[in-house]
Design a protein around this ligand. Structure first.
Ligand code: NAP
Length: 265
């Protein structure tokens, strides 16, 4: 079988994944098929990315070896029951669906290898953090899946038991960082900047801070030391933030999110 892939669901995430794959040389454009309900949506994807599109799931997964499930959790049962009739054992499923385990998918399609991925909305700018998990039976396929998801950002292979934690840290994490960014902008406005000026400064500073840690491989505190003059204004601000519970509230927020995700079904 030729290396071919079908993405079921051309929504927010699906489009980002398709765009990453289309820009890479992993698959030929004619070997990438996108299935969605909306003809209009498919037309736009076809025109902008040059991949094959279809509204028909069954015919689109024939003869492909990879199928990416990119629909909402509530839509997964319908999609799985539709594809299970024609899926062959050698076809590998990649699920982006939040909160559905490999075992749950294998209850419907017991003979197929399933790999779970958890990207984030950074995927739209090719800056996703994508965590990937597989059972022992699909470990050999991990390298290829990493290659696919590196087209939309960074990847990390994790154990499936950590998938909920990855959702909180990576996917919800986008919102957590953005709330901190908003607070920085609000502080900037109070000091006298116009909102757009405060935003430019805060955003570029956040990119700089994250890039220092990412590229230097240092612990954040090491980079903090570099801007913290003894008795200066930075340590004054940092310590006040800590007295007000910054680190504690972030950790508690992350854990509240984690407790919640473990109750959602
Ligand atoms: N967005 C993210 O950054 C992100 C991150 C991590 C994980 N996820 C997970 O990724 C999955 C997709 O998220 P999303 O934000 O891309 O969702 P989305 O924007 O709602 O996209 C899903 C797409 O699939 C289509 N669809 C649903 N059922 C279908 C069917 N039977 N046949 C063909 N197309 C069908 C939907 O069409 P209709 O709208 O017409 O139903 C929609 O266009 C979710 O399970 C989510 O939990 C998303």
């Amino acid at each position: 079988m030729k290396d071919k892939i079908t993405i079921i669901g051309g929504g927010n995430l699906g489009k980002s994944i398709i765009s990453g794959l289309a820009a890479s040389s992993i698959f030929k454009l004619t070997d990438i098929t996108v299935v969605d309900k909306s003809r209009y949506n498919l037309q736009q994807i076809e025109e902008s990315l040059g991949v094959v599109t279809s509204q028909e799931i069954k015919s689109s997964i024939k003869d492909v070896n990879w199928v990416i499930l990119c629909v909402q959790p509530r839509q997964l049962t319908t999609v799985l029951s539709e594809i299970k009739e024609i899926l062959t054992d050698s076809q590998i499923l990649i699920s982006t669906v939040t909160g559905t385990s490999i075992a749950e998918i294998n209850e419907v399609v017991p003979d197929n290898k399933v790999i779970r991925v958890m990207p984030n909305t950074g995927a739209a700018k090719k800056l996703s953090m994508t965590c990937i998990a597989a059972n022992d039976n699909a470990k050999q396929e991990l390298e290829k899946v990493e290659e696919m998801f590196k087209t939309i950002g960074e990847t990390l292979v994790i154990e499936e038991r950590l998938m909920q934690a990855a959702t909180v840290l990576g996917a919800s994490g986008i919102a957590f960082f953005l709330r901190f960014l908003r607070a920085m902008i609000q502080g900037g406005i109070q000091m006298g900047f116009h909102p757009h000026e405060a935003q430019v400064i805060a955003v570029q500073t956040a990119i700089g801070a994250a890039t220092l840690v990412a590229e230097n491989g240092t612990h954040p505190e090491r980079e903090i030391d570099k801007v913290t003059t003894p008795q200066g204004c930075t340590i004054e601000g940092l310590n006040e933030m800590e007295h007000q519970g910054l680190s504690s509230s972030v950790i508690k927020g992350v854990m509240a999110s984690y407790e919640k995700i473990n109750t959602i079904k």
